[in-house]
Design a protein around this ligand. Structure first.
Ligand SMILES: NC(=O)c1ccc[n+]([C@@H]2O[C@H](COP(=O)([O-])OP(=O)(O)OC[C@H]3O[C@@H](n4cnc5c(N)ncnc54)[C@H](O)[C@@H]3O)[C@@H](O)[C@H]2O)c1
Length: 279
């Protein structure tokens, strides 16, 4: 028996990165999973990656900025699988560390709208589209948050503000939807994914994994900056807390909580990141 036997999940941005990894992990835990994204090819690849479990994956193209797309996704999920137990608001973009000192007012205005539309409004609209079905199943929401929901320098000001805003959404939704629906989050740290930048800054073609690769190729890979990592981590390494928080059996008393899955940024030392590095 898996931890999520017969549950049904809908994951936004489920075609790549952490969303894809969570989709495959939820499948392995017995769930059926709908993955929503903008790129149909990526979504079909998730079905293929599921192998024998492919028929338990529903690929759905759509944009998280569109309330109609999200309502259609929830309806299609319930039509195919009969219910919705778990919503994972996850789709997002990064600002590639653009500091306020590097951007003009016009660039900030346009990039702010784009980053907040996807990262923040996209989460609100997903919850709006799904809450009725989640109430019906006494289900839960597991949001992807970020180290940037708590700490500086996980991006520039726009990304950091957007991820702090998601923490506020999580807490408010946990209040508004209790006692029927639990709302929790996983604050993931940096990992190799295709996380892209805003079109308005011409950064839609950049990916985080390409930045990792470029640093490695130039021999400029930084020393580990956080306590637990001595090499980069992959999306699959972050999926456990998403399973735990979605499980009614094991998290039935938890709402409004965030598990930081970031390698221990909050306990990083001043002299060196990990105090026990020589052990
Ligand atoms: N990669 C990291 O280091 C990191 C660290 C902390 C938090 N995160 C967060 O993890 C989440 C997932 O990102 P990822 O790193 O897996 O990157 P990713 O690019 O692989 O995944 C994001 C997904 O969202 C989709 N998406 C983007 N805009 C969309 C839109 N308007 N409508 C529908 N889908 C859209 C993309 O197509 C993609 O599939 C994001 O919220 C990101 O902020 C990532």
């Amino acid at each position: 028996m898996g931890w999520l036997e017969d549950d049904v999940a809908l994951i936004t941005g489920g075609g790549s990165g952490i969303g894809r990894a969570v989709a495959l992990r939820y499948l392995a835990e017995g769930a059926r999973v709908a993955v929503l994204g903008r790129n149909g090819e990526q979504l079909e690849e998730v079905v293929a990656a599921a192998g024998d479990l492919g028929e338990r994956v529903l690929p759905l193209t759509g944009d998280v900025r569109s309330p109609e797309d999200l309502h259609r996704a929830v309806e299609a999920t319930v039509e195919k699988f009969g219910r919705l137990d778990i919503l994972v608001p996850n789709a997002g973009i990064w600002d590639y560390h653009r500091s306020v000192t590097r951007l003009s007012g016009k660039e900030i205005s346009e990039a702010f709208d784009e980053v907040f539309d996807i990262n923040v409004k996209g989460y609100v609209l997903a919850v709006e589209a799904a809450w009725r079905e989640l109430v019906a199943t006494r289900g839960s929401i597991v949001m992807t948050l970020s180290n940037a929901s708590f700490h500086t320098d996980g991006g520039g000001s726009l990304y950091t503000a957007s991820k702090h805003a998601c923490l506020g959404l999580l807490r408010q939704f946990a209040y508004e939807l209790a006692p029927r629906v639990r709302v929790n989050g996983v604050a993931v740290g940096g990992m190799r994914t295709k996380l892209r930048g805003p079109e308005s800054l011409g950064l839609q073609g950049r990916t985080l994994e390409a930045s990792f690769a470029k640093n490695e190729a130039s021999g400029q890979e930084q020393q580990p900056l956080i306590p637990l990592y001595d090499s980069s981590v992959e999306p699959e390494d972050f999926t456990g807390p998403y399973v735990l928080l979605a499980s009614r059996t094991d998290s039935g008393t938890i709402t409004g909580a965030v598990i930081p899955a970031d390698g221990g940024i909050a306990v990083r030392g001043f002299r060196q990141p990990a105090g026990g590095a020589g052990l």
